[in-house]
Design a protein around this ligand. Structure first.
Ligand SMILES: Cc1cc2nc3c(=O)[nH]c(=O)nc-3n(C[C@H](O)[C@H](O)[C@H](O)COP(=O)(O)OP(=O)(O)OC[C@H]3O[C@@H](n4cnc5c(N)ncnc54)[C@H](O)[C@@H]3O)c2cc1C
Ligand SMILES: NC(=O)c1ccc[n+]([C@@H]2O[C@H](COP(=O)([O-])OP(=O)(O)OC[C@H]3O[C@@H](n4cnc5c(N)ncnc54)[C@H](OP(=O)(O)O)[C@@H]3O)[C@@H](O)[C@H]2O)c1
Length: 243
């Protein structure tokens, strides 16, 4: 059972009915990519679930959260008002961190839904930009209403170093790529949009969100000759499944 401390909601950004970012009044010592448990209340019987930090280290804790209809915890996080209290575990966990991946010129961040959160934390951290020359941020959602964050949220990004590619699966929209991430890799559309390819010696790929997306994406990357990254046998992709 994790130990929870009381935190207060400082602010909320509502991106759509089912997607929001919340900021709490606490600062934690963590590395981008790590997660902590949140609880609706501090009591031992309250539901708790892990959430990835989306803030930069040293800033107030921020989380990007999807409402799962009928879920035990996430709907109640959407009910919180500014000043309300919730339970925050203060010991971050998780190995989905940049210090465990090779330094390469081109980093690809592939996400669906709230799986964008840990990558937001990473690009907010100036240390990230000492390790990679270019980052391609791919965010897959159903419709454009579920896209989150604005370029003005990212002061730490060097000019021209970040390419943000939204992907919509259930809306035909000429401004964005349409379809699912694995199919867009297979067809070459994603590489064409980014203007670079998945080159074995130049890239690493971090993938976060829907486990089926992760399964299908890694299968396509494997077919391209890339392999899973392990500390003992360096490879090309690292993953974080949300369920
Ligand atoms: C390491 C880790 C980090 C996570 N970080 C985040 C985060 O930053 N933001 C976030 O919104 N969620 C995150 N999650 C998911 C989160 O922990 C909960 O599972 C989610 O909020 C649902 O909890 P619930 O009690 O409302 O639903 P439950 O009653 O627990 O229902 C769970 C079901 O909801 C679905 N589900 C779970 N998470 C999601 C999701 N994000 N999007 C769509 N469907 C989902 C799955 O079908 C799952 O079986 C993370 C999970 C893990 C393991
Ligand atoms: N009420 C609503 O209108 C509404 C709307 C959105 C979300 N929600 C709630 O939010 C929850 C989460 O929804 P979400 O949209 O954030 O998460 P999601 O269902 O994981 O979908 C996010 C993105 O992942 C894609 N995806 C799913 N499986 C994939 C695979 N195997 N390979 C590649 N891509 C894949 C989806 O494409 P596809 O579209 O092709 O599946 C979508 O673009 C839902 O359970 C629901 O409770 C409700």
């Amino acid at each position: 059972m994790p130990r929870f401390h009381s935190a207060k909601l400082l602010s909320r950004r509502q991106w759509s009915d089912d997607l929001c970012s919340i900021t709490l009044d606490k600062i934690l010592d963590f590395a981008p990519g790590q997660f902590v448990n949140l609880a609706a209340a501090r009591g031992s019987t309250a539901a708790f679930r892990p959430y990835s930090l989306a803030s930069a280290p040293g800033e107030n804790c921020e989380f990007l959260i999807t409402r799962v209809e009928g879920g035990a915890l996430s709907p109640s996080l959407f009910e919180l008002k500014v000043g309300d209290e919730l339970g925050l575990e203060t010991t971050p966990e998780g190995l989905f961190q940049l210090r465990f991946v090779p330094a390469v010129p081109e980093m690809w961040f592939l996400s669906t839904g709230s799986g964008l959160g840990p990558f937001v934390s990473m690009i907010r951290d100036p240390a990230t930009w000492e390790k990679f020359e270019r980052i391609i941020m791919v965010h897959g959602v159903r419709q454009h209403e579920q896209l989150a964050y604005l370029s003005s949220d990212f002061d730490a990004v060097p000019r021209g170093a970040l390419t943000w590619i939204p992907v919509l699966s259930r809306e035909r929209n000429p401004i964005f790529l349409n379809g699912r991430i694995p199919a867009l890799i297979e067809s070459g559309s994603l590489e064409k949009t980014a203007g670079i390819s998945f080159e074995e010696k130049r890239c690493h790929i971090m993938i976060c969100g829907n486990p089926e997306m992760i399964k299908d994406t890694t299968a396509v990357l494997k077919a391209k000759g890339l392999r899973k990254h392990r500390q003992r046998k360096p490879g090309h992709w690292s993953t974080e499944k949300y369920w």
